[in-house]
Ligand binder design. Structure first.
Ligand code: KIV
Ligand code: ZN
Length: 520
């Protein structure tokens, strides 16, 4: 007999690295995927869907590496309903302590028409593919894509087939974000009541946010008996995105009186993950986003401020520290010492060794010289500035001067270390950033595509730091660079050069391997 606690435990299945990354423009590099997976694992996510192994060599390599490195989470890969996809998926996830194969097929009339399968043929396909997956792996998840637009009788039939063939989790996707809370609950209830063997598997819900109901639909499904929620950090995902992990987890925690469910998530890790996913995906978090938006704990109006000062509970239903936001946003300045910086960074979740602190302190002093007050967000930007180390980097910016304004051409004078030699060039462009990027490209010619260039102000005020993200792609691989500076053009140049250094390192590695192979 299962205890009440076991019955009410909801598994969190994170698909930021698969459905989230599938979102146009949200591509992440191999290293970034590994970093996000490690953070998800540490946060207590039960299952990480790490990618779609057959989609590309890059996807396969990422899922395999994540599987090899995972400590606690189950690592899952996605596969279509064919044997080659499933085999490839298994090749990647079998390296995990606990691996899962997730296989799916579109079951609604619209999807059946595309796959040109009759209802009977599709049932046969489901039986064959799920059995094949189950012969490889004990943990098999099956999804009828577009379930919410599939005829109920047929949905019961395909779910029963998948269970008989050995599926251990049945995921019910609302692929186009079409359902509503009551219908979402009724669907799960109907399947639990009608499908033989339904009580022996875990039912899961997978919602998209096209009508803004993904969180409500997922929670309704849980109330009806689903015990796994598929979600992404910041609700990242195709079109309007997927169910946001932080929303469902915090909703069940804050309103545990009416939703008595628990998860294994350490909620104090939420904010850090939200920031990292936003940064590596290049998708900003809207200011008024539930739970993780910049304004989610900000009280501007007089009535609210007054109430919060007297008793925080008047206008706050969660504590900032519950999601890992430090309560003390006290600005630091150029007189702040090393010990204060260490303590402040520890508060923000960064534990630094002595050498690392030495480096960060030098950069903090540089920033404090240019900016009167250094806020928490400035320090986070400083910590996330991937372009700031690099004595051994192939490309290093030595000097940059830019001329811009209403008259005349925009010009950049750039001096850069390229390998062993220092080179200088003048370039023009359509604006200061374009002129700077042209100068970099003249000193280091390359044929990578610029996929994303994005600027964010870290704090308010005209002396605010800008964080810049640059994403390049070449031969199906992605290289990203990030930098922060009070000068937007300098941050842009450093982010661009940072991405080029990663590209250079990768190409060097490929060339060396080719050389060794030809020598051997
Ligand atoms: O939205 C969807 O249907 C999916 C499936 C592949 C689970 O992402
Ligand atoms: Zn989806």
């Amino acid at each position: 007999m299962t205890s009440m606690t076991e019955q009410n435990r909801v598994l969190i299945f994170d698909t930021t690295l698969r459905d989230g990354e599938q979102s146009p423009g949200a591509t992440m590099s191999h290293e970034e995927k590994l970093e996000i997976a490690a953070l998800l694992d540490e946060m207590g996510v039960d299952v990480i869907e790490a990618g779609f192994p057959i989609a590309s060599e890059g996807d396969f390599a990422a899922v395999k590496a994540i599987a090899e490195n995972a400590r606690n989470s189950v690592i899952c890969g996605l596969s279509r309903a064919n044997l080659a996809d499933i085999d490839r998926c298994w090749e990647a996830v079998k390296h995990a302590r606990r691996g899962r194969i997730h296989t799916f097929i579109g079951t609604s009339p619209l999807h059946r028409e595309i796959t040109v399968l009759t209802q009977d043929e599709m049932v046969e396909r489901i039986h064959a593919t799920v059995s094949h997956a189950r012969n490889l792996c004990d943990d098999v998840q099956w999804s009828p894509m577009d379930a919410t637009r599939t005829e109920h009788d047929y949905l019961c039939r395909v779910v029963e087939t998948a269970i008989k063939a050995g599926a251990t989790t049945i995921n019910i996707p609302d692929t186009v974000g079409y359902t509503a809370p009551r219908e979402s609950a009724d669907l799960i209830r109907m399947l639990l009541e009608r499908v033989p063997g339904a009580d022996e598997v875990v039912f899961s819900t997978h919602c998209h946010n096209d009508l803004g109901m993904a969180t409500a639909n997922s929670l309704a499904a849980v109330e009806a008996g689903a015990r796994q929620i598929e979600c992404t950090i910041n609700g990242l995902g195709e079109r309007a995105g997927n169910t946001a992990l932080e929303e469902v987890v915090m909703a069940m925690r804050v309103r545990n009186d009416i939703m008595p469910f628990s998860t294994g998530i350490d909620t104090t890790k939420i904010m850090n993950l939200s920031r990292r996913v936003s940064q590596v995906s290049g998708f900003p978090v809207q200011f008024n986003k539930a739970v993780v938006g910049k304004n989610a704990f900000l009280h501007e109006s007089g009535i609210h401020q007054d109430g919060v000062l007297k008793n925080v509970q008047t206008f706050e239903i969660m504590r900032p520290e519950d999601i890992g936001l430090t309560a003390k946003n006290i600005a630091m300045g150029k007189h702040s010492g090393r010990a204060a910086l260490r303590a402040k960074l520890a508060d923000l979740g960064y534990e630094l060794g002595d050498n690392q602190l030495k480096d960060v302190f030098v950069r903090f002093k540089g920033l404090a010289d240019r900016k009167k007050e250094v806020y928490d967000d400035d320090l986070i930007a400083l910590m996330q500035d991937t372009a700031s180390t690099g004595e051994d980097d192939h490309l290093q910016i030595r000097r940059l001067r830019v001329v811009c304004g209403t008259d005349g051409p925009q010009e950049a004078e750039l001096t850069m270390q390229v390998g062993g030699s220092e080179r200088s060039i003048d370039a023009t462009g359509d604006g200061p950033v374009d002129a700077t990027f042209n100068a970099v490209k003249m000193l280091y010619p390359h044929d990578a595509n610029l996929e994303l260039y994005q600027v964010h102000a870290v704090t308010e005020g005209t002396d605010a730091q800008a964080t810049v993200s640059v994403r390049l792609s070449k031969d199906g691989r992605v290289y990203t660079g990030q930098s922060a500076d009070t000068d937007t053009v300098v941050a842009s140049a450093r982010a661009y050069v940072n991405a080029l250094n990663k590209l250079h390192t990768h190409q060097n590695r490929v060339n060396n391997t080719a050389l060794m192979n030809s020598a051997g």
